[in-house]
Design a protein around this ligand. Structure first.
Ligand code: NAP
Length: 312
């Protein structure tokens, strides 16, 4: 049996992953090209956004393990081998990084620090008002691996946190759990900070369109840490320009890298991050892959399987 490592990345990135995976899985036979003759022996494909069509024709394949948490691009491939389960990456180091990014964005918005940075460029000495954390309403969209942890960490800092998800689930400590459209509109109308951690699916594509943005409380902020295709960028710019939204912290975009001429780069109410909110950390992620392979070989259900019907 062999393992496939395959994705769209530089040779240096691939070699870094290979070294980490070899250390976590000593003695395994790795194949680096799905067209290679030995690919017929592959039981596990470890992938990072593989080119569409490239996972066809692997007769012994039993599991596709994504190295990325979001599987929207992977699931867009209509030629994925039917019946082969897909696991997504849930990496403790990535969870930690996402929590840090969400804390930084929320703290900066709540305390007016983005404004203070802009004032520094003008040599303006103007202390912002100092609201208490409990006076700042934060709405986290998506209460999964990332959103659940983010919501819990913000609640621990004293913020008034609600979390919205598809199904009503037990909320993390200190978080008010919401679900369904009927609970979303009033929550958007209350929130000072809205953090998006929904997966990109047919239901969440263009989620932040003009009508949704019109439900935001005047002057509220959007923090998009999930996927760019969930935001109608023209509608967002219009909402920022007319003051409906006070600020946007954007880590992800419809086109990445964000083109140099894009209005977001120089907009006074936008903070741009280069898709860096939380990266998979090869050191811990290689251990996650090893654990899932062990489960597969022991006849147990692998962790973090994707429901392809739901799209996440
Ligand atoms: P997850 O564990 O699958 O959680 C997804 C959450 O969203 C769940 O609570 C789910 O509800 C909810 N949800 C899904 N569809 C919904 C809908 N239509 N309406 C309401 N709620 C819905 O995902 P995760 O690991 O937290 O990751 C979330 C996303 O973050 C990823 O898909 C990826 O796109 C993004 N991401 C970004 C970065 C970055 O660096 N910017 C890094 C990693 C991940 P249920 O609980 O009811 O299922």
């Amino acid at each position: 049996m062999a393992l496939l490592l395959w994705g769209q990345w530089s040779d240096a990135q691939r070699d870094d992953w290979l070294a980490r995976l070899r250390a976590a899985l000593p003695g395994e036979d790795w194949v680096l090209d799905p067209q290679a003759p030995r690919a017929a022996e592959v039981e596990l494909a470890v992938v990072a956004n593989p080119p569409p069509g490239s996972l066809r024709g692997l007769p012994r394949l039993r599991l596709i393990q994504s190295l990325w948490a979001g599987v929207d691009r992977l699931l867009d491939d209509p030629t994925l081998p039917p019946g082969v389960p897909i696991a997504r990456m849930v990496d403790p180091a990535m969870n930690e990084a996402m929590t840090q990014t969400a804390l930084w964005a929320t703290l900066s918005l709540h305390r007016g620090f983005f404004q203070v940075l802009a004032q520094q460029r003008e040599a303006l000495w103007r202390p912002p008002p100092q609201a208490r954390a409990a006076e700042c309403q934060v709405l986290v969209l998506g209460l999964g691996e990332l959103g659940g942890r983010v919501a819990q960490a913000l609640a621990a800092q004293g913020y008034a946190v609600s979390g919205w998800s598809r199904s009503r689930r037990k909320p993390p400590p200190g978080v008010l759990a919401l679900s369904g459209d009927a609970e979303l509109a009033p929550a958007l109308g209350r929130a000072d900070v809205v953090i998006n951690l929904l997966p990109l699916t047919a239901q969440t594509r263009d989620f932040f369109d003009a009508s949704r943005l019109a439900q935001f409380r005047r002057g509220a902020a959007l923090v998009n840490l999930a996927r760019g295709a969930q935001v109608d960028e023209v509608a967002l710019l219009a909402a920022l320009d007319d003051g409906r939204l006070g600020h946007a912290v954007l880590d992800v975009f419809r086109q990445e890298p964000l083109p140099a001429g894009h209005a977001f780069w120089r907009h006074p109410r936008v903070t741009v991050l280069p898709h860096t909110a939380a990266q998979t950390d090869p050191r811990s992620a290689a251990e996650v892959v090893a654990a899932n392979l062990a489960r597969l070989r022991a006849g147990q259900t692998p962790w973090h399987l994707v429901d392809t019907g739901r799209g996440y």
